[in-house]
Each structure stands twice: as structure tokens, then as C-alpha cells.
Design a protein around this ligand. Structure first.
Ligand SMILES: Cc1cc2nc3c(=O)[nH]c(=O)nc-3n(C[C@H](O)[C@H](O)[C@H](O)COP(=O)(O)OP(=O)(O)OC[C@H]3O[C@@H](n4cnc5c(N)ncnc54)[C@H](O)[C@@H]3O)c2cc1C
Ligand code: FES
Length: 528
């Protein structure tokens, strides 16, 4: 069984630092002593070691590359991923690394990995010394803008700032965030951090020093009140204005708050920020029982984390099956059974009618005593700024394939952006971490004039106890659902098809098949 995928590491320190107290013996062959080329098929990988460092060799045609064995996101085992061209994709959350330079060319990994030089002799492959590599910035026509302003200190905003500096952009970057915390690993806030199995120092995407070292002026607790697209400036909550040449809007989304009598009591929480997660943890300390309202991803991840804290959890939701709309009935039944095995009690086809202190009254008439209530009933994109600036909205902020809004200097990325998805042929808006980061990266390139279309296949993951669910593609509807493997056996890939074409695939522990489904969707689009 695969290790728990989010528990493994911090994003802002070296894996070696995290593991310093638990040294492991490198396993597999000593790659410095050589392995037979014939043992590596084209596209094949072999994990071994050089000295005490874990290294993977990968063959692409007649070339062989040597890279670090683990992903710089959560330490996923790259040898269990997929070689595509001269890159390798991580099996866990689909980060992609260049085999030539080690660059993290696709989020969620944002740090490069080490590379080694390789010599081929007498039908054998020898891994030699570690190579110093530096990815070359992308060619860009014309002059770069002097001032980039990013509104939003989340997934998209952070990835954009990081990419601007990775591209050797020398101008000013100001990142404005209404949040009080540094940009954080938001997915962890409902998973291991909330469960108490990941320490708080793992949560910032990078420490303070990163921003100083990269001349990124991060202004926390700074809201942007309005944008003047003609004057190219933003007005800040402190009354000052800030001029820009390029502006990225990455304001994300905010949790929906249901309104019922008692809904504003202090024991009722939503979850978006680190402060929200901390508040739930504080509430959990004195709680014996929690009611979670909502049976989708956030609600059920919260349920799982609270169960890890040994709190009794009741989930109240209007649907018949958890996650049926996104994953289908069979996966929905599996998710329900999984949570029930861990002691969660469901109250489906029901809602909360009122809360009075610790007394939760359901619409069906039932009453539950609960000291803690968490609402996970969806989010609303934060569009006020865009709306006031007169930018076109369509259940999100409308952008073109380059993530550019109707104002040429203003780009948008992440949960607010509705873009033309070339795979589904629809304009879509999704709320996925990896999509937000990749859009931030593409927007950064385009703010520098690179002109790259955003054409990544959407990807998200969710984690319930030790079970990861990975999803590639985008299917709002399907006319056929094909199950490969065994859902109950936690070993499956489910395809969501329309007219025989796979629009999306969800999987449990079928990582390579999921990566292959992603590549098939990319190739299908390229062939059109
Ligand atoms: C608890 C939790 C768990 C999740 N788990 C997963 C997961 O497992 N997998 C997955 O794919 N996705 C997950 N998601 C969704 C994912 O986190 C989002 O899709 C992603 O964060 C969106 O990135 P973003 O940059 O668009 O917005 P955000 O990350 O929300 O960042 C928005 C930023 O904008 C700032 N802001 C907003 N308005 C203003 C303003 N007017 N002025 C200044 N700053 C402003 C906010 O303070 C914030 O810093 C999860 C979300 C949550 C809340
Ligand atoms: S561990 Fe590699 S992408 Fe997450």
C-alpha cells in the first residue's frame, strides 16, 4: 500500500531536512557501478542510488537521464510515474519535470530536482556526477513590463510570482493579499494539518526569506478595493494607489455560508484560510461531536480529519449520495462506505434548519447535539473587483486562451477564471489547486509577452483517510461510465464518457493509468 500522500513533507524545506532524524538506506542498484542498457526499455525507469542519494535513470530512445528519485512537491516516487517525451510526470499529483534540466515544468511542484550526468559504455549506463543545471528562460519578444501587480496571495498568485522570477524577470513584483498569512498549501488545511498530522511549519508555500530573496514585495492584510483599467492602477484598502503595467487577478473564492437561525454562532465555521483551519482545530479541542454540513470534497475531508482527532462526526447534506454529481453513483457509494467504516454518520437528503447553542435541528425534524459545526457547501468566486472594473463576467471572469481579460493589461487565473478549455470544447471554471497554479504560471509567461495558450488537462486530487482520489479532465455530464478494476477494492479507474470519448477519469491507486488518460486527452486535442 502506498504511503499517506500529504503527510510526507513540507513544501518549504528540503526533504532531507524533514527526514534528518530518520535516515534511510538507499535501495536498488548502485547506479554509479552501471546497469545494463538492455534493462531499460524506451520510456522505462529504474530506481537506484548513487552514494547515499536516491536516483532514477530514465531512457528516452537512445538517451538516458538521471534525476532525483522524488518529486519536490510531496516527495512522490518518480520511478512510479510516466515518462512523456523528455519529461517525467509524478504519479501522485501530476507535476512534471524536465529530464534534461530537472526543472519543475508543471505545478504542483515548484522547485526543480537534481540531475546527474550519465555515461554509456559497453552496453551499460553509468551515473556520474551531479550536474549544475539552470533552465533557460522562455524567449519573449519585446520589452518586459516594468511593474507587475498580483492581486491574491493564493495558488495562482504565488505560482505566477515564482514563474516571473524563474523567467529572469527583473521588474518589480508586488503581491497584494487580504489574507494575514503567507501564501499557504491550502489543500492541506482540510487534510493532514486539520487532522493534526502535519505541523504548522509545513503550511506556508515558502518562508518569509523567499520573498525577500526574490524581490517579491508581498503585502499581507492588504485588500484591493478597486481597479482603474484606464489609469492602470489599483486602489488599496489603506487608501493608497498602486500603478501597474500588467495586473494579475487571482482573488480565488470564498466559502458559501448558509443562512439559518443560529448560523452565525461562533461554533459555526467555514474553511478557506489558515485562520479558518486554526479556528476549527481550536473548536475541535473542546468538542465531542461535530456536524459537518455538506458531503462534497471539503466537507468530507473535514469529516475525515475530525475523525482522526477522534471526534464523533455527523454529515448532513441534501444529496442522495456524496459526490455523485462529480464522480457518479458507484464512486459516491464507495466514498460513503469508506467514511462509514471510519465511524461517520450520514444524514443525507436532509439539511440543517436551525442551530441553538449546541442543538442542531434538521429539516427532517431530527435533533443532534454538536459542539462544533463546519459548513462545506461550496464556494463563490470573488468577482467584485472585476465586476466594478467593468470586466466581462460569465459565472466567473471571462478570459481568453491566454488568460487575458478584455483589458489587455489585465490577466486572471485560478478559481475566478472561466477559460476556453480546448479538451471539453466548453468555457469552464474549476476550483482545483493544480489548475490555479498552472494558470498562474501561464499568466506569468503571457504577462511577459510569451503568448502561450492555457491548454492543460484539468487535474485535482482529494484525500480521505489514506485513500487518494485523483481526477483528470472535466465532465459535467456523461452518457457512459466505465469502471476498470474494482472500486470497493480501492484499485480502479473510472472513465466518464460522452459519445465513446473519455472526457474525464477518476482513480484510486491507478496512478500510471491516470497519467496515461491525461496524455491521451492531450494527444487527442493535439490531433484535432
Ligand atoms: C481547505 C481546502 C482544501 C482544498 N483541497 C484541494 C485539493 O485537495 N485539491 C484541489 O485540487 N483543490 C483543493 N482546494 C481548492 C484549491 O485550494 C483552490 O482551487 C485554489 O486555492 C485556488 O487558487 P486561487 O489562487 O484561485 O485562490 P486562493 O488560493 O483562494 O487565493 C486567493 C487569494 O486572494 C486574496 N484576495 C481575495 N480578494 C482580494 C482582494 N480584494 N484584495 C487582495 N487580496 C484578495 C485572498 O486573501 C487569497 O490570498 C482546496 C480548497 C480548500 C479551501
Ligand atoms: S508528490 Fe509529486 S506532484 Fe505531488
Amino acid at each position: 500500500m502506498v504511503a499517506h500522500r500529504t503527510q510526507l513533507r513540507s513544501l518549504n524545506s528540503d526533504w532531507e531536512d524533514d527526514m534528518a532524524e530518520t535516515p534511510t538506506q538507499p535501495s536498488g542498484p548502485d547506479l554509479a557501478q552501471g546497469v545494463a542498457l538492455a534493462d531499460l526499455s524506451d520510456g522505462g525507469m529504474l530506481a537506484g542510488h548513487v552514494g547515499d542519494e536516491e536516483v532514477v535513470v530514465a531512457r528516452v530512445g537512445n538517451e538516458v537521464f538521471a534525476i532525483a528519485a522524488h518529486c519536490s512537491h510531496y516527495h512522490g516516487p518518480l520511478a512510479e510515474g510516466l515518462v512523456v517525451g523528455d519529461t517525467v510526470r509524478c504519479p501522485w499529483h501530476h507535476a512534471c519535470f524536465s529530464l534534461r534540466t530537472g526543472e519543475a515544468v508543471r505545478a504542483p511542484a515548484l522547485s526543480s530536482i537534481d540531475c546527474w550526468s550519465v555515461e554509456q559504455r559497453d552496453g551499460k549506463v553509468f551515473v556520474k556526477d551531479k550536474r549544475a543545471t539552470r533552465p533557460a528562460p522562455r524567449p519573449r519578444p519585446g520589452a518586459s513590463p516594468d511593474r507587475v501587480v498580483i492581486v491574491g496571495g493564493g495558488a495562482a498568485g504565488f505560482a505566477a510570482a515564482e514563474m516571473l522570477r524563474r523567467q529572469d524577470y527583473k521588474g518589480s513584483i508586488v503581491m497584494l493579499s487580504s489574507d494575514e498569512a503567507l501564501p499557504v498549501d491550502r489543500p492541506n488545511l482540510s487534510k493532514d494539518y486539520l487532522a493534526g498530522t502535519a505541523p504548522e511549519e509545513w503550511i506556508p508555500l515558502r518562508g518569509d526569506d523567499f520573498y525577500a530573496a526574490n524581490a517579491i514585495e508581498l503585502r499581507l492584510k492588504t485588500g484591493v478595493g478597486s481597479i482603474d483599467p484606464r489609469g492602470r492602477q489599483v486602489a488599496l484598502s489603506d487608501g493608497t494607489t498602486l500603478a501597474y503595467d500588467r495586473l494579475l487577478l487571482a482573488t480565488g473564492a470564498e466559502p458559501v455560508r448558509l443562512q439559518f437561525p443560529g448560523a452565525n454562532q461562533p461554533n459555526v465555521h467555514t474553511l478557506r484560510s489558515l485562520a479558518d483551519s486554526r479556528a476549527i482545530i481550536a473548536g475541535a479541542a473542546a468538542a465531542r461531536r461535530a456536524v459537518v454540513i455538506g458531503a462534497s470534497f471539503i466537507g468530507l475531508e473535514v469529516a475525515a480529519s475530525l475523525r482522526t482527532r477522534n471526534i464523533e462526526v455527523h454529515v448532513v447534506a441534501p444529496e442522495k449520495r456524496p459526490m455523485e454529481r462529480i464522480l457518479g453513483a458507484k464512486m459516491g457509494d464507495f466514498v460513503r462506505a469508506l467514511h462509514e467504516e471510519h465511524g461517520v454518520v450520514f444524514h443525507l437528503e436532509d439539511t440543517v434548519a436551525a442551530l441553538d447553542g449546541t442543538r442542531v435541528t434538521l429539516k427532517s425534524g431530527g435533533v443532534l447535539e454538536a459542539q462544533l459545526v463546519v459548513m462545506g457547501v461550496g464556494v463563490r468566486p470573488r468577482l467584485e473587483l472585476a465586476e466594478r472594473a467593468g470586466l466581462p463576467l460569465d459565472r466567473g471572469l471571462t478570459v481568453d486562451a491566454y488568460l487575458q481579460t478584455s483589458a489587455p493589461e489585465i490577466f486572471a487565473a485560478g478559481d475566478i477564471a472561466r477559460w476556453p478549455d480546448p479538451h471539453s470544447g466548453q468555457r469552464i471554471r474549476v476550483e482545483h489547486w493544480v489548475v490555479a497554479e498552472r494558470q498562474g504560471q501561464t499568466a506569468a509567461l503571457n504577462m511577459l509577452g510569451v503568448r502561450e495558450k492555457f491548454d492543460a488537462v484539468p487535474f485535482f486530487w482529494s484525500q480521505h483517510y489514506d485513500i487518494p482520489i485523483n481526477y483528470v479532465g472535466h465532465a459535467e455530464n456523461w452518457d457512459e461510465l466505465v469502471v476498470e478494476g474494482d472500486i470497493a477494492g480501492k484499485d480502479c479507474l473510472v472513465r466518464y464518457k460522452v459519445g465513446g470519448r473519455t472526457l474525464a477519469a477518476a482513480s484510486i491507486y491507478r496512478d500510471v493509468a491516470t497519467l496515461q488518460a491525461e496524455v491521451a486527452m492531450e494527444r487527442e486535442m493535439a490531433a484535432r
